[in-house]
Design a protein around this ligand. Structure first.
Ligand code: AQP
Length: 337
């Protein structure tokens, strides 16, 4: 008897810089675990990256290094499909169709566009504005049923559901599933080491604000030692972290890396000074990231191998995408090519 097909997961990371601890704890660590129960597609989202200007040489280098990082963290290219977004033209084709389904009013509500475009809205690329339509196309091109997203991507996933529903009802079909979010892990959102109200981010100018997965043990120790905190000792329970965003962030990182709850971390360090806690946190971080960094360095010494893995992943992705794209094109009334 054939086993039931596993639910399909899709997720992506942009090659806009070096991956950091937020990407790891908020996304990649979970992606590795999901490989056991799901049929997974993971993508280096270079089409998304160019919604903001990228240096071409840096984009190429980051695309390979993000792929190496995913492999180093434990994405298994045999079990999962790992590929580069621009290698599968169906993403851009379906995104165009969705540009014609999504309503301006829906896009106008997207807070990430407002955050990223800031005061220079008139100068933002049209690509940045329709970014959520491309994200919907990424997911629905494979009829994925689940998307592991950080809290910050929840609104885009809602839009994906709106697009799927609108397409289905406009054409009277059941072409697309309604995608469910998978929000996993205790540190769903890792904040900047310099400002507990901002998320840790690749594009934040201060390198001290984040721990890159390429950082050495010494760099990690220095960044954690210098991380902003407050003068009070650690509380015995997470309630004592209220209104202490930087302290809460560090406890959350320790909890996520150590597979503990914040309550267990507070109980362990009850009354400790931050100097003691930061030392323990730095040791834990170095121990967790060193194997990934080592493997990533090894892989990057052979870029040809990375390219071969990505080419094989793209071929498998194209095979899955082709019938969905053909079905969509037929549904909207395009002649077969
Ligand atoms: N600080 C974070 N905490 C938890 N999860 C995070 N993610 C990103 N930052 C954090 C999650 O990582 C996945 C891939 O993110 P992305 O690279 O596609 O885009 P992003 O969210 O825009 O990440 P950055 O680092 O902030 O990049 P830039 O600076 O280029 O915008 C996503 O699942 C995301 O939620």
């Amino acid at each position: 008897m054939n086993a039931a097909p596993k639910p399909r997961v899709y997720s992506a990371v942009q090659p806009t810089g070096n991956l950091h601890l937020g990407n790891y704890l908020g996304a990649i660590k979970n992606w590795v675990d999901l490989q056991d129960g799901y049929d997974c597609l993971y993508n280096v989202a270079d089409l998304h990256a160019i919604t903001e200007q990228q240096d071409p040489a840096a984009l190429r280098a980051h695309t390979r290094s993000v792929a190496a990082c995913l492999l180093g963290a434990g994405i298994d290219p045999e079990r999962s499909i790992l590929f580069v977004q621009s290698h599968v033209s169906g993403h851009a084709e379906l995104a165009w169709i969705f540009n014609c389904v999504a309503r301006l009013g829906w896009l106008n509500r997207m807070t990430q566009f407002k955050d990223k475009a800031g005061k220079h809205r008139e100068n933002a690329s049209a690509g940045l504005y329709v970014y959520p339509n491309l994200m919907a196309a990424d997911i629905l091109l494979y009829k994925a049923s689940h998307v592991p997203v950080g809290e910050d991507q929840r609104q885009h996933l809602e839009l994906c559901r709106d697009i799927a529903q609108s397409f289905n009802s406009q054409y009277g079909t059941q072409t697309f599933p309604l995608v469910e979010p998978l929000i996993l892990g205790v540190a769903a959102r890792v904040m900047s080491l310099r400002d507990g109200s901002r998320k840790m981010s690749k594009s934040e100018p201060s390198d001290a604000s984040r721990i890159n997965l390429t950082d050495t043990a010494e760099q990690i120790q220095t960044k954690i030692r210098k991380a902003r905190t407050d003068p009070d000792p650690l509380p015995g329970a997470p309630g004592g972290l209220d209104a202490r965003p930087e302290a809460r962030n560090l406890v959350g990182i320790y909890a996520a890396l150590g597979n503990k709850t914040p309550a267990a971390v507070c109980a362990k360090f009850d009354g400790a000074q931050f100097s003691t806690f930061k030392e323990a946190l730095a040791d834990l971080t170095v121990a967790a990231l060193a194997p990934i960094t080592r493997e990533m360095d090894r892989l990057l010494r052979d870029p040809g191998h990375i390219d071969t893995v990505l080419a094989a992943g793209a071929e498998r992705a194209r095979d899955l995408a082709a019938p969905v794209l053909a079905e969509v094109k037929h549904t909207v009334g395009f002649l077969p090519g």
